[in-house]
Ligand binder design. Structure first.
Ligand code: COA
Length: 274
């Protein structure tokens, strides 16, 4: 048996989508990647297929590692093995190769997020030198009642992304960073109320995700984010609101203040110096 890594760009996108689906079989949340979903993920998250790798056992693909890159930092955007290839040291071997490759590209840091309840994943990343930065949490709220009528201004998503880059925490998780927010397009929508900003997924759907919440530094501590979220609940009534578990735990109180309930799945934001 010989293990090897092949550049992901040498494989067609539908084959990568299928391999990703198989590599996350039995995962904590259902993963079913279509060709279109794969393209969206590549664009949103800045994934570089020339640096991403298909894991091969002899001539069979047995796993996938997607690597996103921005400046000196890369992110392990996805890492999975087909179920028969797990728990035999392949994950450890692959991570060691990926870290060496990142070093040889001249990068200084590799980051990732892993579901806290995923024992194998957390063990693997700690074993190859990743350190926990913080816990990331998510929330949900069904059909909130709110009559908080406010004059919400709809703004270009690019303007929100600029504000996040300028006012947001410097080590925000990749998916909350201004650079990722910049990639969102309609039907997602961005709103502003004074110094508070929010990005939501298509509000015509029954389920709406809150992709970003920001209050400018000078206006923090006055509950403005809650005023904005309640105004959104009133503007789009009868929805199920979701916050995926990518928000720093220290920000969680803003969702609790508007009555949202914490999801059971949480993640570790991790980093490894190279
Ligand atoms: C997570 C994953 C990539 C790990 O790869 P792997 O080849 O199974 O991991 P390894 O065999 O190299 O083992 C790494 C460590 O985890 C432990 N481990 C592996 N499977 C485990 C399990 N099911 N439960 C508990 N520990 C486990 C191993 O014992 C080893 O620790 P040790 O060196 O202290 O003994 C693989 O299990 C997988 O593809 N899972 C599904 C997708 C996924 O969860 N991806 C990570 C999302 S970020």
């Amino acid at each position: 048996m010989t293990l090897s890594l092949q550049p992901a760009h040498e494989h067609p996108i539908p084959a990568l989508a299928d391999l990703m689906t198989r590599s996350f079989e039995g995962y904590f949340v259902p993963v079913n990647i279509t060709e279109a979903a794969m393209h969206t993920m590549l664009r949103h998250d800045g994934i570089d297929l020339t640096a991403s790798r298909v894991l091969m056992k002899d001539d069979q693909p047995i796993g996938l590692a997607l690597i996103a890159r921005r400046g000196w930092t890369s992110r392990l955007a996805a890492m999975g093995l087909t179920s028969n290839a797990r728990n035999g040291g392949v994950g450890t071997w692959a991570m060691e190769q990926l870290i060496e490759e990142a070093k040889s590209r001249g990068e200084k840091e590799m980051v990732l997020e892993v579901i806290e309840q995923n024992t194998a994943g957390v063990k693997l990343y700690e074993k190859v030198g990743f350190k926990k930065i913080r816990r990331l949490v998510g929330y949900k709220l069904e059909n909130p009642q709110s009559d908080a009528a406010h004059n919400l201004e709809e703004i270009d998503i690019r303007d929100l992304a600029r504000q996040v880059t300028y006012h947001g925490m410097k080590d925000l998780p990749w998916q909350l960073s201004g650079a990722t927010i910049m990639q969102y397009t309609p039907p997602a929508r961005a709103y502003r109320l004074n110094d508070a900003y929010c990005l939501i997924s298509n509000p015509d759907a029954a389920d709406v995700a809150i992709h970003s919440v920001l209050v400018k530094a000078r206006s923090r501590g006055a509950g403005l984010s809650g005023v904005l979220m309640r105004a959104l609940f009133a503007k789009f009534p009868g929805k199920v609101w979701h916050v995926s578990p990518i928000y720093p735990e220290e920000m969680g109180f803003i969702f609790e203040h508007v009555g949202m309930e914490r999801e059971t799945i949480s993640q570790w934001q991790m980093s490894r110096a190279l």
